[in-house]
Design a protein around this ligand. Structure first.
Ligand code: CNA
Length: 318
């Protein structure tokens, strides 16, 4: 076991210590004192940030959350008014997180299946400039890996190679029984969901089938462990569109060495950003901030070229 995994286990408590694997948890057991988080502690000068990324960043680790996909029309969890947690009344859930809770899903899959029908990847939503910025980092030879909490698959639609992405909370690329784990036929599963059915396994428990996304209380995929090596050798971290409230994912931001510059692009200051000398911050709308940063890097045209090529291909395919 690596020292960082040991640390994660020490913080995340008995669930991890018991299983030897990393389990998706809703909150951090021991948050850092809030006085450490301060806007003033961050470099907010976009030109200086671009210069630093140009100069230092040849091994960039990117981490993303639901905020990266809100400009594509997919609501996040926690933005007041539009976030999923504020719009759950129709599902009559006992508590908001139940929609992604494995125990609740086994009893009542309807809420999740209704959500899945609308958000099934590749049907209604398309990548936006924030996703293409990550592809651009890859094209420029700077990206080590993207770690994403998102299950919408939009980052892959940009053409980012699969090996460059870790879907920390799984994806809709496969489906299986929530009880016996038997693989399900993905096309059949998708058709049933689109027809408002609740697909079930033929096993003795007749348990509901779920896509292989990681619910609260389930283990993260083995590939997530790559973050230990990736962060150890990183020279720049970019964190975008996440509240950093779900662990162990959020711990990636703290796993990079202290001398490594960390850039947060988000509407609000989150996690431990502001507590380190090298921390940088671009506060506000993600897409606007990404455009500003690309302009400062001299990459703006490249960014729009990627998006335009995608849009053209999409139109040709219709
Ligand atoms: P969250 O807790 O809802 O946080 C989102 C963050 O992004 C917040 O800090 C927002 O302020 C910020 N944000 C939202 N829109 C913008 C914007 N346009 N510009 C700048 N900042 C913005 O979401 P997290 O990802 O942190 O929560 C973790 C969960 C959410 C993950 O496990 C996901 O599985 C889950 N989720 C995923 C999706 C998806 O796949 N697109 C959608 C909803 C929820």
């Amino acid at each position: 076991m690596g020292p960082l995994l040991g640390l994660a286990k020490a913080f995340c408590g008995p669930a991890l210590a018991r299983s030897g694997t990393l389990t998706r948890l809703q909150t951090w057991v021991r948050p850092l004192p809030t006085r450490l988080y301060h806007l003033d502690g961050c470099n907010q000068d976009v030109l200086a940030i671009a210069q630093c990324l140009s100069k230092e960043g040849s091994n960039v680790v990117v981490m993303t959350g639901a905020g990266v996909s809100t400009p594509s029309g997919i609501p996040d969890f926690r933005t007041p008014g539009s976030g999923i947690y504020d719009n759950l009344k129709q599902y009559r859930l006992p508590y908001p997180e139940a929609i992604f809770d494995i125990s609740y899903f086994r009893q009542s899959p309807d809420a999740f299946n209704t959500w899945a029908k609308e958000f099934f990847p590749g049907l209604r939503y398309h990548p936006n400039l924030a996703h293409f910025f990550i592809k651009l980092l890859h094209d420029k030879g700077k990206l080590v890996r993207l770690y994403t909490q998102n299950i919408d698959g939009l980052e892959v639609l940009t053409g980012l190679p699969h090996e460059q992405v870790v879907h920390a909370h799984g994806s809709f690329n496969s489906a299986s029984c929530a009880a016996c784990g038997q693989d399900a036929d993905l096309d059949e599963y998708k058709q049933s969901i689109l027809l408002n059915q609740n697909p079930r396994c033929a096993c003795s428990e007749k348990a509901p089938i779920k896509p292989d996304i990681v619910f609260f209380g389930e283990n993260l995929p083995d590939r997530f462990q790559m973050f230990q090596e990736d962060t150890a050798f990183s020279d720049f971290l970019i964190c975008m569109g996440t509240s950093l409230e779900v662990y162990p994912f959020a711990g990636i931001a703290d796993a990079v060495p202290r001398k490594v510059p960390r850039l947060l692009i988000n509407r609000t200051l989150v996690g431990s950003f502001g507590s380190r000398e090298e921390d940088c911050l671009l506060l506000g709308d993600l897409v606007e901030q990404v455009i500003q940063l690309c302009r400062a890097l001299g990459w703006e045209q490249d960014l729009f070229d990627l998006k335009n090529a995608y849009d053209k291909e999409k139109q040709a395919g219709q």
